[in-house]
Ligand binder design. Structure first.
Ligand SMILES: *Cc1c(COP(=O)(O)O)cnc(C)c1O
Ligand SMILES: [Zn+2]
Length: 420
């Protein structure tokens, strides 16, 4: 049975439609291609009754994803919790706050598992045997893990200064990890050349239109977990700028197929690190197009893309929805990480700290109203970026194994010895 409801890939600049294949840009104007769907056909095919019988993972929305058949990679990805975050809400001075926790996504603890399962399932439909990616870390982990389970040969190209844990969490799956002495943008350029020359599937290059669609499932889940409605505000981290747009596209699609009757009025808010802020700078400065950041310099490496592929569209969407963008310094990012951990028991990576810090700034500036519903997208796990917070933690020296030493350290008054 074909579950394919997509009609092809449409250029986001001129609207020209291409059949689904391993290309990511329009040959006329180099505009990015995006998968288009026939919502009139999806509406009767995907009902809430049907959805209720499916497992709680991202493939429950498969009619809105661009595969011809069933998924063959990443069948268990998605289905992460949306957590009501009252203690963080108190700390930020807002009334209704949730966190969408993709720090616990399966199998590699970031939202990238969603995009990779679609891209690699598609690569297999195209008959590709060798896959890869250019990555700032999380994508490398996910491509390596999911390609290993699918038995695909894998080349991962990364900037050489990436965190040790992210290199380790890629090499362990047997992928060939290649460190390039350059920025992410330079790495990405080499991947484009390899993909074109050898016909391999690079998930965020020639498979990017399919990859990006996977991000929508985060939006589908948020709406379903809220009881089929949209929040008033979503704060999303931005690297290449795809996720923020796809969450909004997901909401629009749920409205198109009648799952949520009210039209989408959600305001989209974008978060970046100050050390690599092409999109937030674009929004704040009022420019139509972003100025690439040549040399990113931030502890938030997962968001450090100097020339974001979807930067133009992310800035445009943010403006159209009435949202805004901000960026956070390294110190603010660390504060965001510890605040989230201490209020909600969620250890997020630097991108999560960025999102929390930016939300705090936007609330304090009066841009996000304190009495409206806010969802923060937490996209990666703190265990992958431990070095970023280590120095900010107060870890005491060792003590002698005695009660007295414990009481001394804990600031407890040594009591009279108890009678036994
Ligand atoms: C890749 C990534 C993002 C941003 O994704 P884009 O779609 O490229 O904007 C956000 N958070 C984490 C942890 C990521 O790895
Ligand atoms: Zn075009």
């Amino acid at each position: 049975m074909s579950s394919d409801f997509s009609t092809g890939m449409k250029c986001r600049v001129c609207g020209k439609v291409y059949p689904k294949s391993a290309i990511n840009f329009c040959v006329d104007d180099f505009g990015p291609l995006e998968v288009a769907y026939d919502y009139a056909r999806i509406k009767p095919a995907l009902t809430k009754a049907k959805l209720d019988k499916r497992p709680w993972n991202m493939w429950r929305y498969r009619e809105l994803l661009p595969l011809d058949g069933e998924p063959t990679v990443g069948e268990h990805v998605g289905g992460t919790p949306l957590i009501r975050a009252d203690r963080l809400a108190d700390a930020l001075g807002v009334e209704r706050l949730w966190i969408k926790n993709d720090a616990v996504n399966f199998p590699t603890l970031s939202f990238k598992d969603r995009v990779v399962s679609v891209a690699l399932s598609k690569a297999r439909e195209f008959g590709m045997r060798t896959v890869g990616c250019a990555s700032t870390g999380n994508l490398a982990n996910s491509v390596a893990a999911q390609a290993a389970s699918a038995g695909l040969e894998t080349f991962i190209l990364v900037p050489a200064d990436l965190e040790r844990t992210k290199i380790l969490g890629t090499a362990v799956y047997g992928a060939k990890v290649i460190k390039l002495t350059g920025t992410y943008d330079e790495v990405n350029r080499v991947c484009t050349q390899i993909a074109m020359k050898y016909g391999w599937g690079f998930v965020n290059v020639n498979l990017r239109p399919f990859y990006a669609e996977g991000s929508k499932t985060m939006g589908f889940e948020i709406a379903e977990e809220l009881g089929w409605r949209f929040p008033q505000h979503v704060v999303s981290p931005m690297a290449g700028g795809a996720l923020i747009g796809k969450i909004h596209k997901a909401f629009t699609e749920l409205h198109n197929i009648g799952f949520v009757e009210t039209p989408v009025t959600t305001k989209m808010w974008g978060a970046q690190a100050t050390g690599c802020n092409p999109i937030s700078d674009c929004v704040k400065s009022g420019r139509e197009r972003h100025k690439p950041v040549r040399k990113p310099n931030t502890i938030c490496k997962s968001l450090a893309i100097g020339d974001p592929a979807d930067g133009y569209f992310a800035a445009k969407l943010i403006r159209e929805t009435g949202g805004w963008a901000e960026d956070a310094t390294d110190a603010e990012i660390v504060e965001g990480m510890t605040l989230l951990a201490r209020t909600e028991g969620v250890f997020a990576e630097t991108a999560g700290g960025t999102t929390v810090a930016v939300a705090k700034k936007l609330i304090e500036a009066g841009r996000i109203p304190r009495d409206e519903e806010i969802v923060l997208c937490i996209t990666g796990n703190g265990l992958k970026t431990q070095d970023a917070v280590f120095d900010a933690l107060d870890i005491p020296e060792s003590i002698a194994p005695t009660l007295a030493a414990f009481e001394d350290l804990a600031g407890l008054k040594a009591a009279e010895p108890a009678l036994v």
